[in-house]
Design a protein around this ligand. Structure first.
Ligand code: ATP
Ligand code: MG
Length: 565
């Protein structure tokens, strides 16, 4: 299935407060070298759908304003960062359809420069080495209503600070023995300005710089300056950094940085029935609540890719939710709605029986096989047709039959006639059961004059069922997914893990699919008629494909909306 099949609103120009701010900066001549944005992941986990929002925004802005977007790894904490994450992040950004060209950077590339700037702050009296323990620093930071208490080391002479800082770098002190702090304002109403920590001693092997460094910059000290080094004009980040902006601006004002990035904050994406925090996603993986980072139930980019959500549908979703300044939560059903809409236009139709029951057509010649013509996509004539084999023994869906039909059940029942899609009208004559009373087989007759599905006398037949030839069908495993968490807000009950949905996956090992699906490639998504969209899983083996249900056919979003969310 081509990823370009749907028209993507992501490609249409959007208007929002970020784009307005950029237009103003362009008009004011502040972006002489072009608009430059960046996506700055910390490589301490796999990317999730929330990151997709940030990626689409940053790379989208660069595209719209003919600028460029950097991919920069904020790799300042070697204790939590791994090469596996660096690799997966690059693969995921590419898969989403974005390209950083030659602009791949690492905050660790700037360690030497950042350290030089730390010495600059020390020599200008704007930073000091603090010997307090981490607990003492926390204790003395104060609260929202109470000013902080100055460290007893705050007025250490610059020369002494410089000496200590150099010895910290040389590895003379134990982890945690001392930190470097900015000397700003212990009484500031903004706690981020109460002498924040700039450097900590940490003996940890860094994925890129190895054992070169005994001290590492904090995220706050590295982030804004990395932007300035790269000439980022617009540093787009989530709202929790709004209170950090005065600190970043303080660094920019007190250091000889080569440029002055403008930070603009937007609301992060929250989704119902899932969690979007790397710390929690790591816990789900480590503790075996899911099969891995790419488990199709995970909100990770690799999980939704394996689930069969196309990149184009994700870009659509991100464009449609837009950016705002207030935090909110998006219904997961809206994401599913976007995926369904996208796949409806793009996916080929196939037949598959997930929970089969055998049908024997007693008046159909034994050994005969007919190849019947079936359309590949009713919305797209260019998708053409295929042949589907029909024979004396077939499978239909177990729940398409009721021995004692309920009111409004119009599908197969004893004595009743239904249409087999693309094939014939059949009538149920006899129900065969095993010793336990379980229905094992339905004996039917067919009307040879109804080939293609219509009776020559025009008699009405209400139901149309999908089916598979027993002789030629391909055995398959089908995995049906439900939301990973039962509640819209897994935190509502206090214990998010207790809200895990025990029925988030259901494996149907005895499905049968039409022969055309035997050749489907891993990652390909098709519509199983009357069932939903299904994607070929990498667990597939020759002769035994495995399918993940991406989304069902029924749109549950309208229902969620009607309930008022
Ligand atoms: P998490 O909270 O999951 O640990 P993070 O913010 O620590 O994520 P980073 O690697 O720092 O993860 O994120 C990289 C970029 O993606 C940042 O600019 C961050 O603001 C953005 N981002 C992270 N989560 C979301 C989200 N839910 N919605 C929008 N943007 C996000
Ligand atoms: Mg972060």
């Amino acid at each position: 299935m081509a990823d370009t099949a749907a028209v993507s609103p992501a490609d249409a120009p959007a208007r929002d407060f970020i784009r307005d701010a950029i237009r103003q900066d362009i008009a004011a001549g502040k972006t002489a070298g072009g608009v430059v944005t960046r996506f700055p992941p910390e490589p301490n986990g796999y990317l999730h759908i929330g990151h997709a929002k940030s990626i689409c925004l940053n790379f989208g802005l660069a595209r719209e304003f003919n600028g460029r977007c950097h991919l920069r790894f904020d790799d300042t904490n070697p204790a939590k960062e791994e090469q596996e994450y660096i690799d997966s992040i690059q693969a995921d950004v590419r898969w989403l359809g974005f390209d950083w060209g030659t602009h791949l950077y690492y905050a660790s590339d700037y360690f030497e420069q950042l350290y030089a700037w730390a010495e600059h702050l020390v020599t200008t009296g704007h930073a000091y080495v603090d010997d307090q323990t981490a607990a003492e620093i926390r204790e003395n930071r104060g609260t929202l209503t109470e000013a902080g208490r100055p460290s007893p080391f705050r007025d250490r002479p610059a020369a002494e600070n410089l000496d200590f800082l150099r010895r910290m770098r040389a590895g003379e002190f134990a982890d945690g023995a001392r930190v470097l702090r900015a000397r700003i304002d212990m009484a500031s109403g903004n706690i981020n300005l109460r002498d924040p920590v700039l450097y900590r001693i940490l003996r940890a092997r860094h994925p890129r710089t190895g054992d070169t460094w005994y001290l590492y910059p904090t995220y706050d000290f590295a982030h804004g300056q990395s932007d300035a080094i790269e000439g980022i004009t617009h540093s787009i980040c989530t709202l929790e950094f709004e209170d950090h902006r005065p600190l970043y601006d303080w660094f920019l004002a007190h250091l000889p940085v080569p440029s002055q990035p403008r930070q603009i904050e937007f609301a992060r994406l929250n989704l119902t029935h899932t969690v979007l925090s790397k710390r929690r996603l790591i816990q789900l993986v480590r503790d075996g609540h899911v099969r891995g980072w790419d488990d199709p139930r995970m909100p990770t980019i690799s999980g939704i890719r394996r689930r069969g959500y196309p990149a184009g549908a994700i870009r659509d979703f991100c464009a449609r939710i837009g950016v705002a300044k207030a935090n909110s939560t998006v219904e997961i059903q809206y994401l599913e709605h976007c995926v369904r809409e996208y796949l409806n236009a793009a996916a080929l139709r196939r037949m598959a029986v997930l929970d089969p029951i055998k049908v024997v057509i007693e008046n159909y010649p034994e050994g005969q096989v007919e190849e019947l013509e079936a359309v590949n996509n009713p919305n797209d004539a260019a998708a053409g047709t295929r042949k589907v084999p029909f024979g004396r023994e077939l499978y239909i869906e177990r729940d398409d039959f009721m021995e004692t039909p309920a009111p409004k059940f119009f599908r197969l029942a004893p004595g009743r006639e239904v249409r087999l899609r693309y094939a014939y009208l059949v009538t149920c004559k006899e129900v065969v059961k095993d010793a336990a009373g379980e229905v094992t087989e339905l004996v039917c007759t067919y009307d040879p004059a109804s080939r293609g599905g219509n009776a020559p006398d025009g008699r009405k037949v209400k139901a149309t069922l999908h089916w598979i030839s027993a002789a030629r069908g391909v055995p398959a495993e089908v995995r049906l997914y439900d939301h990973l968490f039962r509640s819209p807000d897994p935190d509502a009950g206090g214990d998010w893990l207790a809200d895990l949905n025990p029925d988030s996956v259901k494996v149907l090992a005895g499905a049968v699919v039409e022969p055309a699906l035997a050749e489907a490639r891993v990652g390909e998504v098709t519509q199983f008629e009357r069932q939903g969209y299904f994607c070929v899983d990498p667990d597939s083996t020759p002769g035994k494909p495995v399918f993940n249900r991406s989304v069902g056919l029924r749109d549950t979003w309208a229902k969620v909306q009607a309930r008022g969310g």
